[in-house]
Design a protein. Structure first.
Length: 305
């Protein structure tokens, strides 16, 4: 069941096109990673989802309702955490958390207390005394205490230390187990790789790649280090081989995953002494796709700049 569906979304500010035909879908119980560099259109997309901005063209539905016209109804069932949280300076962290929980009609005090403890937050302090990291904690505790059906998280771990990032990741996993949906926009690719079922890469207002990690990984390269009894004389001539580096004990190179079988057959002829393989990472995928799109843009066929 689709919880969030974006169809041909465009957003213009005067002559500038911030979003250009964006399509995206997040299903029930799914964690969707929304990645791209600064200025790529992630936050603009999220503002349209939240009903803060009106789409120039296209259709944006959350729970089957229009994100602009039905924003009030939708907000009862979503929780949003931005990358830089602003709080009321004279309220305590606990008061802010309670306010957000009441706004959504929730009253789960045990969950609230559990999360305050997990995030190591002092809820009795005034918000004006909090560091950036503690402000993020307040927003995250309020969000995950709310029992929302859809979590929209825009750089939510900004300012958190690695220990608290782990706590955040546990909260996302718990939400997924409960059948909740999560749209996670993040710069931390390892976080996205660990948590997300699907990934969408956005560049200059256009989605350049989307799919499950397994679907996208066939487009990435595997890193290999090989030491053989006899020197591999024609390695550079093989299809799918990139960035060969001569090492003291062998050769390091990258292989297109779809060519792995042929490459392994070739290597075996030379008597393998040592073979190390590093699986493709989301970071490799992101950089390869992003650089590829950049090259397209340089020829004049890309998105907006």
């Amino acid at each position: 069941m689709s919880m969030l569906k974006i169809t041909n979304l465009s957003k213009k500010f005067g002559k500038f096109t911030a979003l250009d035909g964006v399509n995206m879908e997040v299903n029930e119980g799914e964690v969707f990673g929304f990645i791209g560099p600064n200025g790529s259109g992630k936050s603009t997309t999220i503002r349209v989802l939240l009903g803060i901005l009106k789409a120039t063209e296209g259709d944006v539905k959350i729970f089957g309702k229009d994100a602009w016209k039905d924003a009030v109804d939708i907000h009862r069932r979503i929780a949003y955490v931005p990358g830089d949280v602003n709080l009321w300076p004279n309220l305590t962290g606990g008061e802010v958390i309670d306010l957000f929980i009441k706004l959504r009609g929730g009253n789960n005090k045990s969950r609230r207390e559990e999360l305050i403890k997990k995030f190591d937050l002092d809820p009795s302090k005034k918000c004006r005394t909090y560091s950036k990291g503690n402000r993020q904690k307040v927003a995250l505790v309020a969000a995950f205490s709310s029992g929302a059906d859809l979590y929209i998280l825009d750089e939510p771990t900004s300012g958190l230390d690695p220990l608290m990032e782990n706590v955040f990741q546990e909260c996302v996993v718990d939400a997924k187990k409960e059948g909740k949906s999560v749209l996670l926009s993040s710069h931390i690719l390892s976080e996205v790789e660990k948590l997300c079922d699907k990934v969408g890469i956005i560049r200059q207002g256009q989605i350049i790649e989307t799919g499950t990690l397994s679907e996208l990984r066939h487009l990435t390269r595997t890193n290999l280090f090989v030491e053989t009894k006899q020197p591999m004389t024609s390695l550079s001539e093989l299809k799918g081989i990139h960035d060969i580096e001569e090492k003291e004990q062998g050769q390091a190179f990258q292989v297109d995953t779809e060519e792995m079988d042929n490459v392994m057959k070739y290597i075996a002829q030379y008597g393998v002494i040592k073979l190390e393989s590093a699986p493709p990472k989301l970071e490799d995928l992101f950089m390869r796709h992003y650089e590829g799109a950049e090259n397209i843009a340089d020829t004049g066929a890309g998105g907006v700049s």
